[in-house]
Structures are given as C-alpha cells and as structure tokens.
Design a protein around this ligand. Structure first.
Ligand code: BG6
Length: 489
C-alpha cells in the first residue's frame, strides 16, 4: 500500500468497537431471558458454537466498559436481546432485562462512551417463531414494533443512535447459514416475503424512533461487500453490477427510497415470485426516512460473467468447514464470484482488502448522500497467547491500520463518516466458528472446548488480556487518528 500524508479525522469523530448480544453476553438462561432461535442454530452448526457463555459479558460488563474507557473509546455499538426484554408472547416487559441494559448504558454514559444500539442482530426469540410463525408471519410485525417501542421508551433518554436490523441483506442472501430460512419449504420464493416483513419492521422502527426518542437518529446496517469486475470485459462489469444488486443494492435502495427497484421487480416477474406487498406497506416504507447508513464492511468480492446454462451454486465449505472461497456462488446468467489474485486472504479465506472500505463509503455516499458510520470491520484469525502470556497480534494491527487509513481517505474524498466501530472489542463467538475465529483487541482466555465442556462459567478463567492491537488502537484513537505508531510504513 502507498502511504501519503495521514488523512485527517473530523473533531468529534466517534471511535469504539462493536458486538452483538448473542455473540458476547452469555447468561442465556439468566435474568429471565428465554431462548432465541440463534441459540439453537449456532449449536446445530459445525464447528460447534455454543453461546451459553460466549464472552460472559453479561456478568463482566463493568470490567469490559472499564477497559473500553482505558482504551479511549468514545462509542460502543452493541445489540439488545429481544428475548431478554420480552421473554414471552404475552408481551410483558422483563424488568431484569431492562435493568441489565440500563446498567450497561449507564456505565457507558458515565465513561463518556456514546451507546450505538442495534435492535435486532439475528436473535429471533423462540416464542416469536413458535407462536407467531417467525419472520414468515405478519404477526411478527406487531411483536417487533412493541419490542422496539419498549426499547425507545426505556433507553431513549440516553441512547440517541439506533440501528434497526443487522445485515438484513445477509440474512436473506445466506438464510440457511444465519437461520432465517428455518421452517421455510420454498426458500427461493419465501425469502422475499420474509425480506418484505423485515422491511416493514425496519420502517416501523424508524418511524417510532423519530416519534419517541428526542433527538433520536436511526439507520439500517447493511453488510457491505463491494464487488469488483474480474476483468475489463464489459460482460464482467455487468456481472459485477448484477452481483452488487443481488447482494446489496436491492436493500439499500429500499431503505433510502422506500420502494423496490425496477431491477428486483423484474427478477421477481421473471422467476414467478410474488411477495405479498400491500399499498399501505409501501406508504409506510416511504414515510420511514433514515438518518444515516451504518456500514459493516470486512472484505470485497470479485465477479465474472456467468452463462445462463451454467450450474447454480452457493458458497462451499473451506478448510475450516465454513463458507469460503473453495466454491464460489454462481447465479446463472447474472454473475459468478471468483478469486481475486490481487489481495491476500485470511485464515478463513476472506479477502484482506483495505480499499474495500474506501470503495464502500464512496459508493454509498455517491448513491445516497447520507452520513455513514462504520459499525463492523475486522480481522478474524486463529490466535493464542505467546510464552510471555501476551497476545502479539501484529497482523490485526496491520489490518486495522490499513483499513482505518482508508476510512480517512474516504473522508478526504468527501464522504461524511461519523464513527468507526470495528468488530470486535473482546473476542466473541463468530457466526459459525465459536471463539476460535478471534476478532477482539482484547483476548478472552478460553477455548471452544472449555466453553462447551465446562459445567458452569465459574470453572473458567475468562480473563481479559489486552492484545498488542489494544495498545496500538488506543494511541490512535486518543490522538483522533494522528498517532499511527512508529511503523506506519
Ligand atoms: C457480520 C455479523 O456479518 O460479520 C457478525 O454482523 C459476525 O454477527 C461478523 O460475527 C463476522 O462474521 P463471522 O462469520 O466471522 O462471525
């Protein structure tokens, strides 16, 4: 990478990190919480990821917030667990759930850390699935609206930045992986009904936030993976645009314009797909004006033209048994993803591509002209303690340095970016690889085997060890992006 002068970050830029309730909290059967579908889904996967304990943040949130403050955080993005707040279908609010989040939010505010709160991050309560029909049912809209209103009412005095649904696009594109497709018999068609119901839920969250939270701002959280054309063959360029539409743009256009694009409507027509979209839904979606776009960006993808008669396929499994680059998706006639020879890959075959984040911010800014915040970006790796008991995660420092530098370049390119919250603060559970795939700048001293085999969390150390990246990030953020460390390049 060529480094010119350090890019400048605006005054008041928020620096922090990010997490999600089911991946960090643990305490799944405590404080009145009832199970979520993701608890069951994560246990079904291989490698096994049991979120009963996770990073034990439920019991150690004070210690975690103290570490965030020590690091110099000015923001922290986390999610609320729906089934901790509303554990049953009677809709009654669980005071212990409210108390837990009140304590966490108070602790953050006391330490001058701005809470950025996601309402929904993959953890549908089991009662919503079993008693209402889950995301396939319109009954879920009212239940979700009630839950959101409870959150705005209880936390809106201190929480001013809200995020509606985490990576709705990924939940639809990779429904089998993230559990969204549970109970569907015709996912090819049903995914669009589910998507529409999520859009209505998102819209209601936006409208209620504006009505109930004084000074409240709210936005969606697309999982953004920019797509590059494999070559300058015009057919590859169109393939990249198609891939962009099918994995990102369909969602972002809908959030911003409150209606479905011509591209997706034609796709539905061609494929005999008829989602139940009612005029009053569209009215509601149009009314829901988002304040910003929260961007999750880890990597890029590359697309090549695909012949209409080629074989359709989804991601295959890589050497760790998770979705990777061994078999790339092919959507016949639209696009196929392929390997990019210009980038390195992580232990989990994700592209290490710092330009992706600059590309994403530029692309979203050019299309929508809305402020943006980074709510996820990070490096998932195998890591262990060294002989000195410390974790020398040089590769993560390199990753973060290159990514943050590119966020700075995007700001200098003219994009309005207000926060950077990488994934994650402490190590936590990945969506399908337990704690083995580590993302934190703080190491949690445990392993998947320990998490799975212990009888109780009290048997485990769960000690928090500041990684080298913690110290590096701390210096950078305390100087508002000026102190890049001795070896900037
Ligand atoms: C994001 C999700 O897509 O990617 C997180 O919002 C997830 O929940 C993160 O953990 C990293 O993905 P993975 O599969 O490595 O956990």
């Amino acid at each position: 990478m060529y480094y010119k002068e350090n890019p400048k970050f605006p005054e008041g830029f928020m620096w922090g990190a990010s997490s999600a309730a089911w991946q960090v909290e643990g305490g799944v059967a405590e404080g009145g919480r009832t199970p979520a579908m993701i608890d069951l889904n994560s246990k079904k996967k291989k490698p096994y990821a049991d979120n009963s304990i996770a990073a034990d943040h439920y019991h150690r949130y004070k210690e975690d917030v103290a570490l965030m403050a020590e690091c110099g955080f000015s923001s922290y993005r986390f999610s609320l667990s729906w089934s901790r707040i509303i554990p049953y279908s009677d809709g009654k609010v669980n005071p212990e759930g409210i108390e837990f989040y009140n304590n966490l939010i108070d602790e953050l505010v006391k330490n001058n850390i701005t809470p950025i709160v996601t309402l929904y991050h993959y953890d549908l309560p089991v009662w919503v699935y079993e008693e209402l029909g889950g995301w396939r049912s319109r009954k879920t809209i009212d239940a979700f609206e009630h839950y959101c209103k409870v959150c705005f009412e209880n936390f809106g005095d201190r929480v001013k930045y809200w995020l509606s649904i985490n990576e709705q696009n990924m939940q639809i594109c990779y429904g089998h992986w993230l559990g969204t497709s549970e109970g569907c018999t015709d996912w090819f068609r049903e995914q669009w009904d589910i998507n529409h119901i999520m859009n209505i839920c998102h819209a209601k969250a936006v409208i209620n936030c504006h009505e109930m939270v004084e000074g409240g701002k709210i936005g969606p959280v697309p999982g953004y993976v920019p797509i590059y054309p494999n070559t300058c063959d015009p057919a590859d360029q169109i393939a990249a645009m198609n891939a962009e539409e099918f994995t990102e743009k369909i969602w972002n256009d809908t959030y911003v314009y409150g209606d479905y694009s011509g591209f997706v409507r034609k796709y539905w027509k061609d494929n005999d797909i008829h989602p139940d979209i009612r005029p009053e839904d569209l009215e509601l979606m149009k009314k829901a004006k988002i304040d910003f776009i929260a961007v999750n960006c880890y990597r890029s993808n590359t697309a090549v033209a695909s012949k209409p008669d080629s074989e359709s396929r989804e991601y295959g499994l890589n050497k760790y048994g998770i979705k990777g680059q061994m078999v790339w998706p092919n959507v016949p006639g639209a696009y196929a993803l392929c390997t990019n020879p210009y980038v390195e890959y992580t232990d989990w075959d994700w592209e290490i591509d710092p330009s992706a984040i600059r590309f994403s911010l530029r692309y979203l800014w050019d299309h929508y002209r809305l402020p943006m915040m980074i709510t996820e970006n990070g490096f998932g790796a195998n890591e262990t303690k060294d002989e000195d008991g410390q974790v020398h995660d040089t590769a993560r420092i390199d990753f973060l340095r290159d990514q943050i530098y590119n966020v700075g370049l995007a700001i200098e390119d003219g994009c309005e970016v207000i926060a950077y919250n990488p994934w994650s603060f402490t190590d936590l559970l990945s969506t399908g690889n337990g704690i083995k795939k580590r993302y934190g700048i703080v190491y949690i001293d445990t392993t998947d085997d320990e998490l799975i085999n212990c009888k109780d969390v009290s048997e485990l150390s769960m000690t928090r060890i500041r990684k080298d990246s913690f110290y590096w990030y701390s210096k950078l953020i305390k100087s508002n992006g000026k102190d890049w460390g001795k070896d900037m390049r």
